[in-house]
Design a protein around this ligand. Structure first.
Ligand code: AMP
Length: 285
């Protein structure tokens, strides 16, 4: 397993391998790898000759409410996970390797980025699309793997890749969960014991909403029912609870075949997001 910090060096190395006909599968992360990341790596391992993992904790991705210096960075453990999942190259740039001091170019997606997390964290997706575009240009992937846990992020990157014609196939991998249903996240380590006990209520509320929708409940009341269920479990800081068309993240309508139920809450200082996809059979539409 080779470790690169310098964008030019890894780009050159991958470019040479591609000239020899090798295909590249790519998993971008912020490190602190858990089973969710491992699931992406396993899926990606079967998709390309060369498996590339990037670990980059982007300082620009942290708002004033979340401490960049507090984000976990267990690099030794991450490299052990990478080795176990048969990663060929790990790309661990420093911020200065990706952002020149006079960096002034951004990639912004202007539609799917507006709602949900984009509304609560203005500018967040512009940072994500900019860094993913840079990483795609450096790693030159044929396929790239993202988690369903960040569904809006996946849709935004999918739109960016289509609009800018990145020659990459995107794959969305289902959310890996703890036994009690909590979506795995590097941020779960921030939760106090009491918060960790409350957290599974998020997935329970999503599952209940999915069942209601499948049984034909009115879509326009689903959000308020989820909020009520979360409050009952002791979760009061709810950034959003929404039922949207899974295709374009617009308000769900009775004719949408696939919906996404998405939630973002804050437990103490920790922000958690989760979602569930709902397929609607003809009789429900
Ligand atoms: P992060 O390191 O949190 O930026 O996440 C890197 C990638 O891993 C993103 O594509 C995430 O959607 C994905 N990911 C994070 N948590 C999970 C999970 N529990 N299940 C599946 N994918 C995940």
């Amino acid at each position: 397993m080779k470790i690169f910090k310098d964008p030019k060096k890894i780009q050159q190395h991958i470019s040479n391998l591609k000239k020899r006909g090798k295909t590249v599968a790519f998993v971008p992360t912020m490190g602190a790898l858990h089973e969710g990341h491992a699931a992406l790596l396993r899926k990606a391992r079967t998709a390309g000759d060369i498996l590339v993992l990037s670990i980059f904790v982007n300082p620009l991705q942290f708002g004033p409410a979340e401490d960049f210096s507090r984000y976990p960075r267990p690099l030794k453990n991450d490299l052990a996970v990478a080795k176990k999942e048969k990663v060929d190259m790990v790309f661990t740039p420093a911020a200065a390797d990706l952002y020149a001091a006079d960096h002034s170019t951004h990639v912004a997606e202007d539609d799917l980025s507006r709602g949900l997390c984009g509304a609560v964290r203005p500018g967040h997706f512009r940072v994500v699309t900019t860094v993913v575009a840079k990483l795609f240009n450096i790693v030159l992937p044929d396929s790239a793997f993202f988690g369903q846990k960040d569904y809006q992020q996946y849709k935004v990157i999918e739109r960016m890749s289509r609009d800018l014609r990145f020659p990459v196939r995107l794959v969305m991998v289902p959310t890996a969960r703890e036994k009690d249903g909590l979506a795995m996240s590097s941020r779960n380590t921030y939760l106090s014991t009491a918060e960790r006990e409350t957290a599974p209520a998020i997935y329970q509320a999503l599952c209940a909403a999915k069942k209601d929708i499948e049984e034909g409940a009115a879509l326009n009341r689903a959000g308020s029912r989820i909020r009520a269920a979360l409050r009952k479990s002791g979760i009061r800081a709810i950034d959003y609870a929404a039922v949207l068309s899974a295709a374009d993240l617009k308000a769900a309508s009775q004719t949408d075949k696939k919906l996404v139920v998405a939630v973002a809450v804050r437990l103490g200082k920790t922000r958690l997001i989760d979602n569930i996809l709902v397929k609607r059979s003809g009789k429900n539409i």
